[in-house]
Design a protein around this ligand. Structure first.
Ligand code: HEC
Length: 395
């Protein structure tokens, strides 16, 4: 199988010696119940009668010891050789990671499995009646869960409340049909957006979850007014004057998962502030003052954090793959995994108002046209669909 040919990336966790005795029943089995039972239990017990994937069952100690189609998954005392640990500690974008859907296990969960195996992988205290799935085992990505959770009990804001922000040239849209949270894009009139305008977002604070301030004139001070946006999950600050001093105003954003700092003055000192933000999952840092040492230090406290410091993959190829996997991607998710989106943010100013690209960009998507994707892959906007961009971009 392919995974056994790929060198396993040594995880930061691997070097950490076990600090305490792990209780299988309390610390490890519930992880399996929540995150693995959807695919790895007895077919007869599966709510939809699914066969265990990889012929692996994790619902009883006997089956855990038996392993899957590739043989044993638990090598007592040796987590590095145990696929049970190896596959949950892979980098988040690895195709072989377990669970294959939804978020990776948290650092604490990975550590618990590591310690448990290191200490011998004992399963004392387990009882058959425990073999039930716990909530949280759904294969739904948590990103969706989080915004759905945050939207609970929220009624839609009426147009009166959002009018002042729209007047600034901001695009204000619901996150999805069935979700009252709002996405606001102020990057399209970036030149006219400064601290005073950003402060006008405060009345939307219970609804605002995606905010795009790319290319605006917001300053470090101006970020203070974001500190009350408790439901903010995504924040674009690329191409702004924001520096380390501004980052500290973000550290109370408990739900922030995505932060784009491309082309800002942020340095390693700013990354230090980010270390406090436990919710953070994706961080875009290219063309900043931060370097590999800073990223490595940050990764010590956030091993699962995805940090992008430059272009690594051709966006078109990646885009197609995503499309094929999720034909009906909803608004609540798409751009998260779309490396092309940053290009959109970058190119947004060149789009003709009203063009297919412009509209799609506002929703965090691409328009799906071959010509536009092709242009985008080259870091350009499609001139057929945006004739106004002629002469404004480098040829
Ligand atoms: C959505 C379904 C799904 C979930 C949830 C899931 N797995 Fe898997 N798992 C698979 C599939 C599919 C395979 C077979 C992969 C293959 O053959 O490439 C597999 C294979 C494995 C294997 C290798 C078994 C073998 O011998 O080939 C291990 C170990 C494993 N999973 C552990 C876990 C753990 C631990 C969890 C929970 C933290 C988990 N899986 C959650 C789908 C899932």
């Amino acid at each position: 199988m392919r995974r056994f040919l790929v060198p396993i990336v040594a995880s930061a966790l691997a070097a950490v010696p076990p600090a305490f005795a792990v209780d299988f029943v309390k610390d490890v089995y519930p992880i399996f119940q929540k995150r693995c039972f959807d695919c790895h239990i007895d077919q007869a017990k599966h709510p939809k009668g699914k066969k265990p994937k990889g012929e692996l069952r994790l619902d009883t100690p006997e089956m855990i010891l038996k392993g899957g189609e590739e043989g044993k998954v638990l090598i007592a005392g040796d987590p590095e050789k145990s696929t049970l640990y190896k596959l949950v500690s892979l980098p988040e974008d690895d195709d072989d990671i377990m669970p294959p859907k939804g978020d990776a296990l948290t650092k604490e969960q990975q550590q618990a499995i590591y310690n448990w195996i290191k200490e011998g992988g004992k399963m004392e205290g387990w009882k058959p009646e425990m073999a039930k799935a716990l909530d949280g085992g759904k294969a739904e990505p948590k990103k969706l869960d989080l915004v759905d959770q945050l939207a609970k009990g929220l009624s839609p804001l009426d147009a009166k409340a959002t009018a002042p922000v729209s007047k600034l040239g901001g695009l204000v849209m619901p996150l999805a049909n069935n979700n009252s949270l709002l996405q606001v894009n102020l990057s399209l009139t970036g030149e006219e957006i400064g601290d005073a305008q950003v402060a006008q977002l405060t009345p939307l604070k219970s609804h605002l979850t995606w905010l795009n301030l790319a290319g605006t004139k917001v300053s470090d001070d101006g970020l203070k007014s974001l500190s009350g946006l408790k439901n903010l999950t995504r924040l674009h600050l690329e191409k702004t004057a924001v520096s380390d001093a501004g980052i500290q105003h973000l550290s109370g954003l408990d739900n922030l998962e995505y932060l784009n700092l491309y082309g800002t003055k942020v340095t390693n000192a700013g990354l230090n502030e980010l270390a406090k933000m436990k919710s953070l999952k994706k961080l875009y840092l290219w063309q900043t003052g931060a370097d590999k040492a800073g990223v490595d230090a940050l990764k010590k406290s956030h091993p699962a954090l995805y940090v992008n410091i430059g272009w690594e993959k051709p966006p078109v190829v990646e885009q197609k793959k995503e499309d094929a996997k999720k034909p009906e991607a909803t608004k609540a998710e798409p751009a998260n995994k779309n490396p092309a989106e940053v290009k959109f943010a970058d190119l947004a100013k060149l789009f003709d108002k009203g063009s297919c690209c412009f509209k799609a960009h506002a929703g965090g998507k691409d328009c799906g046209h071959g010509c536009c994707k092709e242009a985008l892959a080259k870091g350009k906007v499609c001139l057929k669909c945006n004739p106004g961009a002629k002469g404004k971009q480098k040829s």
